[in-house]
Write a protein that binds this ligand. Structure first.
Ligand code: PLP
Length: 435
């Protein structure tokens, strides 16, 4: 039993017993952490983040002892008789590899349930699908471009309405609340200017409004935690209702999978997302779930190195005579440094800077690096460089871009975990190449 200090060696038999019991006998097809038994939940709560990222949901395979969780590459499950199965019937409804992947992430975000989706944008779409025509959503204006497109071009025509506000200023959010508002949608840090919003303060304001509302009219707070990951920031603990991830980025961490996730802490929301996922078939396959699970095992060590490299590069850039401005909250000079300290336990690898040069010079600069690779995306172990004005934000008219602060000379980098001096030298030689 669970008495005294819990050690992995002591715990394994208990865990294995629980696992066989839960996974192979008692688990429904759409099983989640909601159904984990109390002893297992209690045991996992004693584990730190790094331990949970490696062990939760991934007990040795009861059939073979395989230490690494298997990829259950099957669409269906043979049943002993009607109503006599091992907890799985059909892989749209449930797949053990997807369940294991979801269980790890739910644990890392301190949620009770995670759903794993084929991409980050598919997960955001699944969130939007719980609302109905006439519902109003307030979204931060500094938002992943694909979310903007989804909201404006797919969801608005079928009846959801959106207001986009600068979420750095809480009054912009409270001022936009209407009787029909059902969701506040946030990102922090944002792309490409790494702006933050005060999650706890926004939740507190939304809760004040909710206090006077009936249950079915309450406003939910949804949060895209892609940039921060649960290692740096856990929005559910700060009162957020729905967390979304593009696991394609830091969670996976190796630029080798397109995947997304939703995590919640409320049983009704968990049921809704579970039901909808089975009903719509909007889910990730077992191999992609396995890749994500593998990536999450090293999340903590990767994020520590991203942080360390990013702090070094940010300070180096700030001191460089060819750099006009650096956008990164780890810098003490950054206007949101205090909020960063309050809200995040450390930082990721994302920053942008303004180079002393025009549009064409900066386009040339981002093609002149050897280690930083010119590419979309972020969050992998390899360093990437990009020019928002001609890449991620090329579709935004120039005047609007400038209003948003996305200047022609802005360069975005995703600092990887390579040797940091190599990264500095690479940027220096690129700066010299365009001088
Ligand atoms: C913050 C953020 N959310 C969501 C997405 C969409 O994720 P995916 O590309 O996995 O669909 C992205 C992609 O860049 C992103 O940066």
């Amino acid at each position: 039993m669970l008495s005294g200090k819990v050690k992995w060696g002591d715990a394994a038999p208990l865990w294995l017993t629980c696992y066989i019991h839960i996974s192979m006998k008692g688990r429904a097809d759409h099983s989640t952490r909601v159904e984990l038994n109390e002893a297992q939940k209690k045991l996992e709560k004693t584990w730190g983040f790094e331990t949970r990222s490696i062990l939760v949901g991934q007990a040795p395979d009861p059939a073979t002892g395989s230490t690494i969780f298997p990829i259950y590459q099957t669409s269906t499950y043979t049943q002993a008789g009607i109503d006599d199965n091992k907890g799985y019937c059909y892989s749209r409804t449930g797949n053990p590899t997807r369940t294991a992947c979801a269980d790890v992430l739910a644990s890392l975000e301190n949620g009770i349930y995670a759903g794993i989706y084929p991409s980050g944008i598919a997960a955001i779409h699944a969130v939007m699908q719980i609302f109905k025509p006439g519902d109003h959503i307030i979204s931060s204006s500094d938002l992943y471009g694909g979310a903007h497109r989804l909201f404006n071009e797919i969801m608005s025509p079928i009846g959801l309405s959106y207001d986009f506000v600068d979420a750095r200023e809480i009054n912009n959010i409270t001022g936009a609340i209407k009787d029909s508002t059902r969701l506040v949608w946030l990102e922090s840090p944002t792309n490409p200017l790494m702006r933050l919003c005060d999650i706890e303060a926004i939740v507190a304001e939304v809760n004040k409004v909710n206090a006077g509302r009936k249950d079915d009219e309450k406003i939910l707070v949804g949060f895209d935690n892609t940039f921060a990951t649960p290692f740096l920031q856990r929005p559910l603990d700060l009162g957020v209702d729905i967390v979304v991830h593009s696991g394609t980025k830091y969670l996976g961490g190796h630029s080798d999978v397109l995947i997304g996730a939703i995590v919640v802490k409320d049983e009704n929301l968990a049921e809704t997302f579970k039901y909808n996922q089975n009903a719509t078939g909007n889910l990730a396959g077992p191999f992609d779930c396995w890749i994500l699970m593998k990536g999450m095992k090293t999340l903590a060590v990767r994020m520590r190195q991203h942080h360390s490299n990013c702090v070094t590069i940010a300070n180096w850039l700030e001191a460089h005579p060819k750099v006009k401005a650096v956008h990164c909250p780890v810098l003490e000079s950054n206007a949101q440094h205090a909020l960063y300290k309050k809200q995040m336990s450390a930082y990721n690898g994302m920053l942008s800077f303004e180079f002393d040069g025009d549009f064409d010079t900066v386009k040339k600069l981002v093609s002149s690096t050897n280690i930083f690779q010119l590419a979309e995306s972020l969050g992998g172990v390899e360093s990437l460089i990009g020019h928002p004005a001609s890449m991620t934000h090329a579709a935004v008219p120039r005047e609007r871009r400038l209003e948003l602060g996305i200047n022609d000379n802005l360069v975005r980098i995703s600092v990887g975990i390579e040797n940091v001096e190599d990264l500095e030298n690479d940027l220096e030689q690129a700066f010299n190449a365009v001088a």
